[in-house]
Write a protein that binds this ligand. Sequence first.
Ligand SMILES: NC(=O)c1ccc[n+]([C@@H]2O[C@H](COP(=O)([O-])OP(=O)(O)OC[C@H]3O[C@@H](n4cnc5c(N)ncnc54)[C@H](O)[C@@H]3O)[C@@H](O)[C@H]2O)c1
Length: 368
Amino acid sequence: MTTKQICFADRCFNFAFGEHILESIEDYIPRDEFDRYIVISDSGVPDSIVHHAAEYFGKLAPVHILRFQGGEEYKTLSTVTDLQEQAIALGANRRTAIVAVGGGLTGNVAGVAAGMMFRGIALIHVPTTFLAASDSVLSIKQAVNLTSGKNLVGFYYPPRFVFADTRILSESPPRQVKAGMCELVKNMLILENDNLEFTEDDLNSTNVYSPKQLETFINFCISAKMSVLSEDIYEKKKGLIFEYGHTIGHAIELAEQGGITHGEAIAVGMIYAAKIANRMNLLSEHDVSAHYWLLNKIGALQDIPLKSDPDSIFHYLNHDNKRGYLKLDEDNLGMILLNGVGKPAVYNQSLLTPVRKTLIKEVIREGL
Ligand SMILES: NC(=O)c1ccc[n+]([C@@H]2O[C@H](COP(=O)([O-])OP(=O)(O)OC[C@H]3O[C@@H](n4cnc5c(N)ncnc54)[C@H](O)[C@@H]3O)[C@@H](O)[C@H]2O)c1
């Protein structure tokens, strides 16, 4: 078991992770800290996990469970207000804690709900997907979707505690683990990671890992992400590096309309970003090969059910949520690129480099 203190500037919380960590929450949360816990979870999170989590919070104070319909189309303000009404009816007040038991989607819905109730009540994350445990809880961005796009309304709101049970994560579907591993490989590619506690040989394409291995990976992701985000809590400057692979990846994810996971889309997006950087003489062939090597190690580039045609990907490219950070003409798009593994390319003191749209199209048309 590992406990890390995570600080986004002066906003600090404990992140405890390891096998059966939920059995130890009494060691972290004083008994009189909260008057009740409202567990929020989407309908796709297995009942057994939700009840298991509720059981341990129930040892500290009364617990209520609220479920909502899963899926990105239900990650909305209307779902949030519905949950808030139910929480108030159950007696929620300023001393109540909201507990998000689920993946990044539940984390965001519960995060927005907690951040608005009484202008902010305690939020506790119990991430049940590897992506949530290694990526989304290491960000204080909370947002829900509008019909016009993903994550368009939200704010920054930190949790009070995070508890990630690596046994639960190790038993989750391998494709979900792979989604988180894609973000882990991203961290390996974008940062200079000295003293890695694992080697490339510890990665596998089945995406089945032991709780202990997942603990090591989460530890790495915490160090990687916090080495940047502790200084850039709003993820607008150096923190933009975590958007690597997301410009094209996000467009592919939207074009595929739910057919592939976010992680798979980012894996493809990173390959395209590497090829583009190579064509712009920023990245060597050797470093492009390093992208293929690492992503193939985790099976990220095999059997991706890509169906969308390049034109629909180009359509969604113009919706990139980083537009506006860089003033560019119609022919260019700002992308995060690398000069080498662990070396972000810098353009006019920004991590966004203008890239000709014609080059982006050319590379996407060529395929992987
Ligand atoms: N900064 C941030 O806040 C941030 C960062 C990354 C992603 N996100 C958001 O997170 C979401 C993606 O998160 P995700 O990849 O965790 O997916 P998810 O939360 O959508 O979960 C995927 C599916 O798995 C189910 N599930 C959850 N835990 C499970 C388990 N242990 N076993 C079996 N099924 C389980 C869920 O109910 C859901 O159906 C997106 O909405 C994205 O916008 C937010």
